[in-house]
Design a protein around this ligand. Structure first.
Ligand code: HEM
Length: 307
């Protein structure tokens, strides 16, 4: 049982911490939320995340992403464990509820087999992220909280959407293999837990400068994550397309939708007017080519007949 559960029987509800005070703009939870808004938007809009949300994630890339998360969380959680008595860490130390390294070990075992340690490697961008976490653990442990906040709050929010997308897109078993990372078995109510986490952030005794440093470090954490996404995205372009299961391609909402062949076919078919449908078809290059070939054949027949 973690400190939170020991204190209150269950986190949040019994302790009632999250209901105590109305939030003030100078509270660390509010400063972090506001101060990372732009970074959050950027992270949500990276190509890797956008593609992932649309279900466009190749299995090989998902496996690499899981490996990257394994290295990141192993470093973060080892450093949190080592510094758990530090008063700047203790209130945010929730190993039972949050820690992901064990879940990620199960996921990499599922994807790479029992000898996964010999197979996976820490990428350059992930190594830079890990190095920063290790450095903080040794020299500025209080700033580990910024990294914990950025990952765990995100995992309990948008991460839950990604879980469903990955399961569907990669046809993963509905028993949870491969997506243990996204499953917080000891968090029964994510919303309530996030409220508790925010309340705990606000109990840290930090002056204005220390709060500023925390927001800056959280923005760095977003930056490290985006660098990992960009790296994955680049690797993704070198991985051959995997067979999809025959669904219609998803229009990405950009560009001229009339150029989409599925839109044109649907448009013609839905007009109900056969002339409209025929005219719509004559606009398509392959139909134009067939008509031209047909006209040439007729012209040749007539010429032969007249000779
Ligand atoms: C798939 C794209 C994403 C979606 C759809 C998404 C969605 C959300 C939503 C809806 C919330 C609000 C939750 C709440 O207030 O209860 C949230 C919060 C958060 N997300 Fe994301 N997110 C995404 C990506 C990310 C990424 C890539 C990160 C960082 C690596 C991240 C970090 C956070 C953090 C730290 C919060 C907490 C904000 C706060 O209340 O202080 N998110 N996200």
């Amino acid at each position: 049982m973690s400190s939170a559960q020991e204190e209150s029987g269950t986190y949040g509800a019994a302790s009632g911490e999250e209901d105590q005070q109305p939030l003030r703009p100078t509270d660390l939870s509010e400063l972090l939320k506001e101060g990372t808004k732009v970074s959050h938007e950027k992270a949500e809009n990276t190509k890797f995340v956008k593609d992932f949300l649309k279900g466009r994630i190749k299995r090989e890339l998902f496996k690499l992403a899981t490996g990257a998360l394994y290295y990141t969380y192993s470093a973060l959680e080892e450093e949190l464990d080592r510094n758990k008595e530090n008063p700047a860490i203790a209130p945010l130390y929730f190993p039972q509820e949050l820690h992901r390294a064990e879940a990620l070990q199960k996921d990499v075992t599922y994807f790479y087999g029992e000898d996964w340690k010999d197979t996976i490697q820490c990428s350059e961008a992930t190594q830079a992220y890990v190095d920063r976490i290790r450095h903080l653990g040794r020299h500025k442990p209080e700033l580990l909280v910024a990294h914990a906040y950025t990952r765990y709050m995100g995992d309990l929010s948008g991460g839950q959407v990604l879980k469903k997308v990955a399961q569907r897109a990669l046809h993963l078993p509905n028993t949870g293999e491969g997506i243990q990372f996204y499953m917080f078995d000891n968090v029964t109510n994510a919303q309530q837990f996030k409220q508790l986490y925010r309340a705990r952030l606000n109990t840290l005794e930090l002056n204005a400068k220390a709060k500023e440093d925390m927001v800056e470090e959280a923005n760095k954490a977003f930056q490290f994550n985006m660098q990992v996404f960009e790296e994955l995205d680049k690797i993704g372009t070198t991985i051959p397309d995997e067979a999809q299961d025959g669904g219609l391609p998803v229009h990405d909402g950009k560009g001229d939708i009339r150029k989409c062949p599925y839109y044109a076919a649907k448009d013609a078919a839905s007009s109900g007017c056969p002339l409209h449908a025929a005219l719509a078809l004559t606009g398509r290059p392959e139909v134009k080519a067939a008509l031209a070939a047909f006209a040439a054949a007729i012209a040749a027949t007539i010429a032969w007949y007249l000779m």
